[in-house]
Design a protein around this ligand. Structure first.
Ligand code: 3HC
Length: 311
């Protein structure tokens, strides 16, 4: 029976088909999806913190309103993704415990500080730009609930990227100090954003099976290259320089060559020792604990509703 179910799953993969929650799936398929979707959800929720830091300091009501909308969107993305992961039999509490205990990963990129207002624009332009690159292929993921969540997320990410780029264009039309603030932010975010796509393909243990199962459609290195090729002209329009002396167009390859990424720094951050890891996790744990009364009240209300319905 199991062999028949496995054969049917393999045929679905060969046909580039879709798996839904009620379908049989190999335990390893389920596990790798729980790993990736829950860590993706954690990234969205922790990703609210660096920018949230600037909501009360935004330079105008317009920028404050836009930033609030964006940070709220990220929270919503996190909830879609936790809900998608729950269809695989993992509970919200299990996922949150994994995050709060430091066991689960979330995107390295959110462990860097947002030192000036220009960081908010650069995060929108580069971090959300990278996220779009990585999330568009996920709209074609073989697991239905994940693919469908990504369609809505990608629409909102486009707004995130455009608002960031527009804020930077405004700053670049300002004075020298504002232009220097943008360049400083680009210098600090460029390399961590390239690393955000994940380790080089040769050092990516999940990629092979992720490709076989239609979870990963484009490799880490290919997406990174695509992002660089798309971003170089945008930097030129903006009037900033990207902090890589080896970055140059290679006609023969039809792509930009670029310098070496510091993978030691990346793994150091992934393993919890980045500039803000401890602060980010402590903030999430405190928010969760401070919210216990809300969960208790909601459960008490639900119990009362149930008892009333039984009368
Ligand atoms: N930060 C932290 N950990 C990372 C990482 C990163 N940037 N890139 C890779 N890793 C981890 C992987 O999770 C894996 O560890 P694990 O097995 O314990 O989970 C290990 O490094 C090896 O990496 P692999 O390439 O083998 O892992 P994957 O095949 O899963 O590829 C990935 C990594 C490309 C991030 C993939 O998991 C993915 O596409 N995830 C979904 C998208 C996502 O999480 N995007 C980033 C954050 S979302 C965001 O940016 C929000 C936006 O609104 C700003």
């Amino acid at each position: 029976r199991e062999a028949e179910l496995q054969a049917r799953f393999d045929a679905c993969m060969d046909a580039d088909g879709r798996i839904e929650p009620q379908d049989w799936m190999p335990e390893a398929y389920r596990k790798t999806l729980v790993r990736q979707i829950s860590q993706h959800a954690h990234s969205e929720i922790v990703g609210m913190l660096p920018e949230g830091n600037w909501i009360s300091r935004a330079p105008s009501l317009k920028r404050k309103a836009i930033l609030m909308a964006k940070v709220q969107d990220e929270g919503g993305h996190g909830l879609y993704l936790y809900a998608a992961a729950e269809t695989l039999g993992v509970s919200r509490e299990q996922m949150q415990d994994a995050l709060h205990s430091g066991k689960a990963k979330y995107s390295s990129i959110f462990n860097y500080p947002t030192l000036t207002w220009a960081d908010v624009g650069v995060i929108g332009w580069l971090v959300d730009g990278a996220a779009i690159m990585n999330q568009i292929p996920l709209c074609r993921c073989s697991y239905g609930p994940y693919a469908r969540a990504m369609i809505r997320v990608c629409k909102e990410e486009s707004f995130h990227q455009r608002q960031g780029y527009e804020a930077l264009l405004t700053l670049m039309k300002g004075n020298d100090a504002q232009r220097a603030m943008v360049q400083d932010a680009v210098n600090r975010w460029w390399w961590p954003v390239l690393a955000m796509f994940g380790p080089p393909d040769k050092d990516s243990p999940n990629s092979a099976i992720g490709m076989r199962w239609g979870i990963k459609r484009i490799s880490n290195d290919e997406l990174r290259q695509k992002f660089i090729d798309a971003t170089v002209p945008q930097a030129q329009v903006l009037g900033v320089t990207l902090p890589d002396p080896d970055l140059k167009w290679n006609e023969a390859r039809g792509h930009h060559d670029y310098g070496a990424i510091d993978w030691d720094d990346f793994w150091n951050v992934v393993n919890g020792n980045g500039p803000c890891n401890k602060e980010r996790l402590a903030t999430r744990v405190k928010a969760h604990e401070d919210g216990q009364w809300v969960r208790d009240a909601a459960l008490a209300h639900a119990r009362k509703q149930k008892q009333r319905a039984l009368k």
